[in-house]
Design a protein around this ligand. Structure first.
Ligand SMILES: [Cu+2]
Length: 276
């Protein structure tokens, strides 16, 4: 092979390598850190549905480190955890969302036994007072925001003892916590993949009940997907029991509405059927 031919071959090979690298770059694209669009996005990006959260113990470079993963059934106890960053150091900076820096949701895997707790910080750890729970397998979600980015990390907690899992109730349009009648209005149909409004109406003794403020809004809504307990982000309306949520798929969901009325907080659970 002549020196010139050899040189040309070299350039052809170089070009192929470069082209390949460029093609690979396009195929992989910029690394998308899901959820970031919520806080930083332009208006177009804010409309992009955020995927389900809470399915992982580590996400966005952050990790949930519980002090233990078993609890004793039948009595209140404390449960502590760390949130660590990519360097393994405890995360110290949290944004205030819904008036708190940390929200801990605890629910049994059969979607009963829902609790919404606000842990307090002790040194570097978050410490939560967990009320008495029945035996079973539970999921705990740490829902927080740092640097404008919301993260929900989940861990399984086991409570020894025999239990009978509860079947998920059929979808229904009314729940009756503590003498209130809460209706889901409208009760459906719900579709997946787009922002959907979920709204509620509270009555007592046949009259619209006065609902106070709770966590900076009229109410708080947690929605979990039956089957894997995927955790949906919901956006509360300032002045009404209206929430925006994007169901990630068809299936059944358990929604836990919390509102303040008559001086205490009430929890109204609903089963929501998403058809398609
Ligand atoms: Cu909370």
């Amino acid at each position: 092979m002549s020196p010139l031919a050899r040189l040309m071959l070299f350039f052809v090979a170089l070009g192929a390598a470069f082209g390949g690298a460029v093609a690979l770059g396009h195929a992989v694209g910029p690394i998308d850190r899901g959820g970031k669009t919520e806080a930083h996005g332009s208006s177009a990006m804010e409309m992009a549905p955020a995927g389900p959260a809470g399915l992982s113990i580590a996400d966005h470079g952050l990790r949930l480190e519980p002090s233990r993963t078993t609890l004793a059934p039948g009595r209140a106890q404390s449960f502590s955890f760390l949130i660590t960053n990519a360097d393994g150091q405890p995360l110290r900076s949290y944004d205030v969302t819904h008036e708190k820096r940390m929200h801990l949701i605890v629910v049994r895997r059969d979607l009963t036994g829902f609790h919404h707790i606000h842990p307090v910080v002790q040194g570097e750890r978050w410490v939560a007072r967990i009320p008495a729970l029945q035996p079973g397998s539970y999921r705990a979600f740490a829902d927080f925001s740092t640097g404008g980015e919301t993260t929900v990390l989940g861990v399984d907690l086991a409570l020894a003892g025999s239990f009978t899992p509860s079947p998920l109730p059929r979808s229904h349009q009314a729940a009756t916590p503590d003498g209130y009648i809460v209706s889901l209005d409208p009760g459906g149909p719900f579709a997946s993949g787009k922002e959907t409004t979920v709204s509620f109406h509270v009555t007592r003794n046949g009259r619209t009940a006065a609902v106070g403020r709770y966590l900076g809004a009229r109410g708080h809504l947690v929605i979990l997907r039956a089957g894997d307990l995927a955790y949906l982000h919901t956006h509360a309306d300032e002045n009404s029991l209206q929430f925006g949520a994007t169901f990630p798929s068809a299936g059944r969901y358990r929604a836990f509405l919390q509102f303040s009325a008559g001086g205490s907080v009430h929890t109204a659970p609903f089963t929501i059927e998403v058809d398609r």
